[in-house]
Structures are given as structure tokens and as C-alpha cells.
Ligand binder design. Structure first.
Ligand code: DGL
Length: 274
């Protein structure tokens, strides 16, 4: 019998903390361990091979920490690495462990929010070019029209603490204008990058009236709750002492200075080398 361990939550950097925050609200009883691969972030413009390699290294680290379940709270890693890890690596490496992403739970829900049947996806270059959202949405809501816009400047604006500046306004206005030029009937915009909730207020200023702005945190948290209820063999492996541990591949001090604005409370992280 395996020993119990925390639920792992992974992101290339800070963005996954916006998801962890909602998961902890919904499922406070579990232990969580967060890893931000800040030393190698952002992942958004990197190749499939690189995102896969980095993500797999991080997954191995989570498994060494006794996690039976790891959530990739990063759209780029979910889009570019998850399928290969689930299909090729897990069966050989750790058949009893699970790795889940953020794209599937979001695409299962998105159609319920749209009346015009037109939705817009704002994401990194990597997520957009993978076409994961249109492909997955087609499975659940084939009637939906899906428009995508890559916003490559948004993660650097957030990571560099410029997300409330006039510079942020410029790029947000430009990308929002672009997506509504592609699909003028869009009535739902999904923030398909876990960094973007920090830009929510500014994005709302530029959205046409009546458009619903969705971020993934709550959707992923509800879906995880449902998953754990349905998979008792995994749930039984998750320890429940309300412990939260934070790790970064870069400077712990930098992480602590930035992370609170994503997580909503002060964090004390440790550095690891992979
Ligand atoms: N937070 C990641 C996501 O959800 C992107 C950040 C990055 O480019 O590394 O896609």
C-alpha cells in the first residue's frame, strides 16, 4: 500500500497560484504542494519538445514528493505536454498516479455560458498554435464557433509587475480589438492562461457590454472535486492535513515577493534544483 501524499499543482511560474487559490477554497482539507518552474518561464513561446521535457522533469519531482495526483495548472503545459505524459510516460513510469490538465475541465463547461454560440479564447502563442481549445470544444459543443487570439505580451507584463501600467492597457486593448474583429458575436471570453486573471479588471474595461469573462480557477476546482468523488482510489492516496508547501526553481525570495498577489496571501517558498 502506497503512503498518502499531497496533491501537486504545477505551473511554469506564478500563474497556477490563481488556480491553486480556488482549489484550496473548494477543497481545503487536502495537502498541496506547488511548483513554479520560474527559472525556465515563460513556457508560452517554447517548442513542444521543450515544454514536454520541462514538464516531465517537474512531474518526476512531484512523484518523488509522494504525490499521486498532479494538476498542470498551466495551459501551455496542458496543451503541449499532457497528452504524451498521460499516454506514453505514465503507464511506464507510474501507472497508479494521475496527471490532469486545465483544458479539458474548461472545454467541458464553456458552451453553457454562451447564447450566441461564439466564444473567444485568449491564450499564449503555444496554447493557440496547439489548437487544443478548438479541438477539445468541438468534442463537447460542436455547434460553438471558437475564435482564438494569442496575447504574447500579457505574461511578461504580469511577471514583470507591469500589469497595472499604461503599457498593459495598450496590449490589452489591441488583443481584445483583434478577437472581436475575428468574431463579432462573441459573448464569452475565456482567459485560457492562468496568469491572465491578474489582468481581469483591465480586460473588463475594454470588453463590449454583455460579454462574460471567464477565468479557469473555479471551473478547475469544481472539476477536481468531482474527479476525487468519482476516483476514490486516487482520493485515498491524498493526505488531508491542510498543509501547503511552495517550491520554485528560481529564487525563493523573488517568488515570495511576487506570489502573494496571485495567491491572495503571503507565501514562504523553498528553492529546488531539478
Ligand atoms: N500560465 C501559463 C499558462 O496558463 C503560461 C505562462 C507561460 O507562458 O509560461 O499557459
Amino acid at each position: 500500500m502506497q503512503t498518502q501524499g499531497p496533491i501537486g499543482v504545477f505551473d511554469s511560474g506564478y500563474g497556477g497560484l490563481t488556480v491553486l487559490k480556488e482549489i484550496v477554497k473548494t477543497l481545503p482539507q487536502y495537502d498541496y504542494i506547488y511548483l513554479g518552474d520560474n527559472a525556465r518561464a515563460p513556457y508560452g513561446n517554447r517548442s513542444y519538445e521543450t515544454v514536454y521535457r520541462y514538464t516531465l522533469e517537474c512531474i518526476r519531482w512531484f512523484f518523488s514528493q509522494n504525490c499521486s495526483l498532479v494538476i498542470l495548472a498551466c495551459n501551455t503545459a496542458s496543451a503541449k505536454a499532457l497528452r504524451t505524459i498521460q499516454q506514453k510516460d505514465l503507464p511506464v513510469m507510474a501507472p497508479d498516479k494521475r496527471v490532469l490538465g486545465v483544458i479539458r475541465p474548461t472545454t467541458e463547461m464553456i458552451g453553457k455560458y454562451s447564447e450566441t454560440k461564439s466564444v473567444g479564447i485568449l491564450a499564449t502563442n503555444g496554447t493557440v498554435s496547439s489548437n487544443s481549445y478548438p479541438i477539445e470544444i468541438e468534442k463537447f459543443f460542436p455547434e460553438l464557433k471558437v475564435y482564438q487570439e494569442a496575447c504574447p505580451m500579457w505574461v511578461p507584463l504580469v511577471e514583470n509587475n507591469e500589469y497595472q501600467s499604461h503599457g498593459a492597457d495598450f496590449f490589452i486593448k489591441k488583443n481584445i480589438k483583434n478577437i472581436f474583429e475575428k468574431g463579432e458575436n462573441i459573448d464569452v471570453i475565456l482567459l485560457a492562461c492562468t496568469h491572465y486573471p491578474l489582468l481581469k479588471e483591465k480586460i473588463e474595461e475594454h470588453l463590449p457590454v454583455g460579454v462574460t469573462l471567464l477565468s479557469q480557477g473555479e471551473i478547475v476546482a469544481d472539476s477536481l472535486k468531482d474527479y476525487l468523488q468519482r476516483h476514490t482510489e486516487i482520493e485515498n492516496q491524498c493526505s488531508k492535513n491542510k498543509r501547503r508547501l511552495f517550491y520554485t526553481t528560481d529564487s525563493a525570495e523573488d517568488f515570495n515577493n511576487h506570489a502573494a498577489k496571485f495567491f491572495g496571501e503571503k507565501i514562504s517558498a523553498n528553492h529546488i534544483d531539478l
